[in-house]
Design a protein around this ligand. Structure first.
Ligand SMILES: O=C(O)CCC(=O)C(=O)O
Length: 289
């Protein structure tokens, strides 16, 4: 029995400190499909992130519907935001991902996105990140993707903290992922996903919320006067197509300057034997040298 996992925590998001043993973090993740690690990025890193993200977020377009008319989204962060690089390969995150995806079953950067939820934004529809691969007949317990949203601003319930349904990994998919007329996802037993308890992932800047691609979640409404900036770095199982095209947003001339661990995470490595080979069956790493 792992004492670091309080049984009463099932309907809240468990916070742990950055020095918590990774095995304890994994036990929480496996039970709840979500956890928050407080203080994983220090103050200087957060300040640098805030300043480097300002330009990309100001230039970013907003979108309608699911993506949010008052939410700005900027990608290509590994190329454009150097301070995100050490966070993308933070040892605690990589150890957690090793445990989640399983040793030997590799993971890669799936997408990078700064998400600024501006005042007046409504709550986003709950959803599962794994749905981007819904065309594939993947087993429900196959871990497609894990998202890590770093709080660049404080995430409070009123300022759009991500709403997460802890323990929702095993819930079924709704018949209609677009929801009913009230924006509710209705499950086959007639209950709604939100009735299973959507909890705001409240956290201070420098914390990171880590959740499974099977965990129902969505950005919260921002009823405050300030934008809420988060940096989502998601990782997917290597055989899946990356959601953000890493080879175009991190082209070889940029990748060449990155640490090798990050080059491999971005996708410049052979995956499971021959996936992604170049020329005469060589690793793409050969073209970066
Ligand atoms: O920014 C957030 O809090 C979550 C956003 C999200 O889940 C999405 O856009 O798919």
């Amino acid at each position: 029995m792992n004492t670091a996992v309080p049984p009463e925590a099932l309907h809240e998001i468990v916070h742990v400190g950055p020095d918590t043993p990774v095995e304890d973090m994994l036990a929480i993740y496996r039970r709840d499909g979500v956890l928050i690690v407080d203080g994983l990025a220090d103050e200087d890193t957060v300040a640098a992130l805030r300043s480097e993200l300002q330009g990309p977020v100001e230039r970013a377009a907003t979108h309608d519907g699911f993506l949010g008319g008052r939410t700005a989204r900027a990608g290509a962060l590994i190329a454009e935001v150097p301070t995100c690089r050490p966070l993308a390969m933070h040892p605690v995150i990589l150890q957690l991902l090793d445990g989640i995806f399983g040793r030997g079953s590799r993971f890669q950067v799936n997408a990078t996105q700064a998400i600024a939820v501006h005042p007046g934004e409504a709550a986003q529809m709950l959803h599962r990140d794994r749905w981007v691969w819904r065309a594939l007949p993947l087993a429900p317990d196959f871990e497609c993707v894990v998202n890590c949203i770093w709080a660049v601003d404080n995430f409070s319930a009123s300022a759009g903290a991500t709403r997460i349904v802890p323990g929702s990994v095993d819930l079924p998919d709704p018949q209609d992922p677009r929801g009913n007329e009230d924006g509710e996802l209705v499950l086959p037993d007639g209950t709604t996903v939100s009735s299973h308890g959507a909890v705001p992932a409240e956290m201070s800047d420098g914390a990171v919320v880590i959740y499974s691609g099977s965990t129902y979640h969505g950005a919260g409404a921002n009823d405050s006067d300030l934008p809420r900036l988060g940096m989502a770095l998601a990782y997917a199982s290597v055989p899946l197509r990356q959601e953000e095209n890493q080879y175009l947003v991190v082209p070889p001339e940029v990748a060449r300057e990155l640490p090798e661990t990050l080059q491999k995470l971005v996708g410049y490595e052979l995956g499971h034997s021959t996936l992604g080979f170049v020329q005469d069956m060589q690793s793409p790493m050969t073209l970066l040298r």
